[in-house]
Design a binder for this molecule. Structure first.
Ligand SMILES: N[C@H](CCC[C@H](N)C(=O)O)C(=O)O
Length: 280
């Protein structure tokens, strides 16, 4: 199975072109689980599949988390797959990616940098409260697109020095909190300085922190813009464990008109998956 391994700010993906491979789609959850397993197979946060467009887009992106579950969208994945599509002549330097959450336009900025327009939020609930082990946490809930990718945005003072094991436990408990029927990706943030935000995301489907989350970065920037915490006109720098992502929130009053995500991509390997225990 021909593949490319890419990463965007450390969020890593295995990408295959199903226009050529023609693998029945019902097989991809199992394939994803296998090839994404670190040490045992190729390893990655997710498997992404390029397929023929279903309407007016350039191609379809199917996204499978490392546990085999389907994700509605993926911000870093969309940036990487846009580069994959451009370099494999599936699309030009300006394209439209069809995702479950809706169409995602993408642009090549230069060889490694790609920008996408994230799906606009369909649900936003600011300043909610949840309780974990007797402690109350304020959070905001947001879904980008429809069906939307669920995100909780939680402020943690001292995130930089927060005990990693404790943060993992907290992330996992919020991820499965009963108020979130679809489960949730958990974004812990703290403000570093004006428009610079530190962010760590515990991802549904990976069941761990990833080095970066694009939709999580977009969701956090929207919440902070609406709350008036950051300067609305300017891009927000999200300092994630894998690097820096830039998000530009264009607001009209309190309505998000456009939400852009920009960052680097890296093609780590191109080759053939030879895993002898992979069942195709
Ligand atoms: N890392 C991704 C999100 C993956 C979505 C997945 N964790 C889910 O909730 O299904 C991003 O850059 O936006």
């Amino acid at each position: 199975m021909k593949f490319a391994k890419m990463q965007g700010t450390g969020n890593d993906f295995i990408i295959v072109n199903n226009i050529e491979l023609n693998i029945p789609v019902e097989k991809f959850p199992e394939i994803a689980k296998r090839v994404c397993t670190r040490r045992i197979s190729v390893g990655g946060d997710a498997l992404m599949v390029v397929d023929k467009p279903q309407h007016a887009g350039d191609f379809q992106m199917r996204f499978y988390n490392s546990d085999g579950t389907l994700g509605e969208m993926c911000g870093n994945g969309a940036r990487c797959i846009a580069r994959y599509a451009y370099e494999n002549k599936i699309a030009g330097g300006s394209m439209v990616i069809e995702t479950l959450a809706g169409d995602v336009p993408a642009w090549r900025i230069n060889k490694r940098k790609y920008k996408i327009r994230l799906n606009n939020p369909e649900i936003i609930k600011l300043d909610e409260t949840l309780s974990i082990d007797g402690t109350a946490y304020e959070y905001s809930y947001i879904e980008l697109g429809n069906p939307g990718l669920p995100h909780a945005v939680v402020k943690i003072n001292g995130l930089c020095d927060f005990d990693e094991k404790k943060l993992f436990q907290l992330g996992r408990k919020i991820r499965y909190y009963h108020d979130f029927p679809k489960g949730v990706n958990v974004n812990f943030y703290e403000i570093m300085k004006e428009n610079d935000v530190r962010l760590k995301t515990f991802e549904r489907g990976v069941e761990d922190f990833t080095l970066a989350c694009g939709t999580g970065s977009g969701s956090t920037a929207v919440v902070l813009s609406l709350k008036g915490v950051i300067d609305k006109g300017k891009p927000v720098n999200l300092h994630v464990p894998g690097g820096i992502l830039s998000v530009h929130v264009e607001l009209n009053e309190s309505k998000v008109e456009n939400l852009y995500l920009t960052g680097d991509t890296n093609i780590v390997a191109i080759g053939e998956v030879m895993d002898e225990d992979l069942v195709l």
